[in-house]
Design a protein around this ligand. Sequence first.
Ligand SMILES: C[C@](O)(CO)[C@H](O)COP(=O)(O)OP(=O)(O)OC[C@H]1O[C@@H](n2ccc(N)nc2=O)[C@H](O)[C@@H]1O
Ligand SMILES: Nc1ncnc2c1ncn2[C@@H]1O[C@H](COP(=O)(O)OP(=O)(O)OP(=O)(O)O)[C@@H](O)[C@H]1O
Length: 286
Amino acid sequence: MSISVSEDWQAYPAPAKLNLFLHVVGRREDGYHLLQSVFQLIDLADTIHMRLRPDDQIVHHNPLPDVPAETDLTVRAARLLQTFSGVQKGVDLRVDKRIPMGGGLGGGSSDAATVLLVLNRLWGLNLSRKVLMELGLKLGADVPFFIFGRNAFVEGVGEQMKEIETPDCAYVVLHPPVHVSTPAIFKDERLTRNTPLVKMRGLNDIDCRNDLQAVALGQHPLIAEYLAWLSQFGTARMTGSGSCVFTRCASQGDADRVISRLPDDMTGYSVRSVKQHQLREFASDC
Ligand SMILES: C[C@](O)(CO)[C@H](O)COP(=O)(O)OP(=O)(O)OC[C@H]1O[C@@H](n2ccc(N)nc2=O)[C@H](O)[C@@H]1O
Ligand SMILES: Nc1ncnc2c1ncn2[C@@H]1O[C@H](COP(=O)(O)OP(=O)(O)OP(=O)(O)O)[C@@H](O)[C@H]1O
């Protein structure tokens, strides 16, 4: 799947995710945390434009203001794949960001996953999903999920996943304008790391809370104001390490109505759940 924008450039989607719940169940010796979470794909997405180059350069044409090209996860993903495969091919990249950065929506990780999936095809590498997921984990804990490409119950540090049925529904997502540092949340001494392990049968049996939320609210009180406003319309919760908060709505119309009542100084999105990543078939399962 791709959407043509010109003869050479092709456009590819990089969807965001919500963590429908997120439990911290332990900590590894290297400091990384063991999690249990359900990851839900949503239709809020960045667009990555890519074009094959006649040489082996990887060129980012519109780096983000605060992220130098060399540290952008799209460039890092392309370089990692180039080094791993030994391929002598290059790519031009442009990224249209729509997913708020540092919002717990996994935007950077999804951008990286899209680059890995697309270059696997454009460079003719034919690497398996498993290999791409292992490579992706080197870039970030959420990258394997986007390569897996289906809603999932995720364990470990973010690398073990099982496909799961999730409700087909609408969500309202609000973006408090604070940049949450994921390492600072995980390092915080107030974080509880001993939530009992759950067996995943269905979402209804689970205490759907986010263990990172109390810590994020402690560090950024503004998130609590957004949660309070959204709680008028349903149970509201933070995604990932924040700052975004979300609630489920009965219909897209309901979600749109919530957004229409948003105070002028708040930013939010009416989104839908997505069943599968549109680029899932760019990696094979064998
Ligand atoms: C919390 C989640 O948002 C859930 O989706 C993600 O697991 C975070 O993923 P991410 O933003 O891609 O984070 P990474 O870049 O992999 O890790 C940032 C930092 O968060 C901490 N970190 C992250 C994931 C994890 N399972 N345990 C951790 O302790 C580590 O200090 C790490 O250095
Ligand atoms: N292509 C990219 N898009 C967004 N952020 C990027 C990108 N490349 C590098 N980054 C860096 O990664 C940081 C985290 O970005 P991201 O938007 O993925 O956070 P997040 O949504 O909180 O992620 P998560 O849900 O995985 O915790 C940014 O602040 C930025 O410095």
